[in-house]
Design a binder for this molecule. Structure first.
Ligand SMILES: [Zn+2]
Length: 150
């Protein structure tokens, strides 16, 4: 394995550890705490500029991860807007769309920076209707209740 690949894998693993702690080992969509949670990237991993950016990742169970992959403009965008705010969501997009070329030194620097980064809970889970695994359901858009907006 090349050095570059190895550092990228180390960064992927570090992001995974950080986001698990930050999101309290809980799916950010359905709130389940199960063992096999995955790292969801709002902007896909091919965008190197945000691949190891904690603002771009959220912990999801397999079912929710798959569901939002096909509906990034729906719930996931609402979630990111609530989590980051409009301005930071735009900044994230700018970073995702930038052409990022990392040297190995850059990757090492990023690793050290990420290691030091504080992880604190960013948002209370957005309420969503409980999904009954037994019955197929259409995605439902529920307007926020006044309590949630407060
Ligand atoms: Zn879930």
């Amino acid at each position: 394995m090349t050095d570059r690949k190895r550092w990228e894998q180390k960064l992927d693993e570090l992001i995974r550890q950080k986001v698990r702690v930050r999101d309290e080992f809980q799916c950010q969509r359905c709130h389940r705490r199960i063992g096999s949670l995955q790292v969801s990237h709002y902007y896909d991993r091919v965008h190197r500029g945000t691949r190891w950016d904690l603002k771009n990742v959220d912990l999801m169970c397999g079912g929710c991860h798959m569901r939002i992959e096909h509906d990034k403009q729906g719930w996931y965008t609402d979630f990111k807007r609530a989590q980051l705010g409009e301005r930071e969501l735009r900044n994230l997009r700018t970073r995702a769309e930038a052409v990022a070329k990392f040297s190995i030194i850059d990757l090492q620097w990023l690793y050290q920076k990420l290691q030091r980064e504080e992880v604190t809970r960013m948002i209370d889970p957005i309420e969503e209707p409980k999904v009954d695994e037994g019955t197929p359901t259409e995605p439902v858009d529920t307007p926020p209740t006044p309590e949630e907006e407060a």
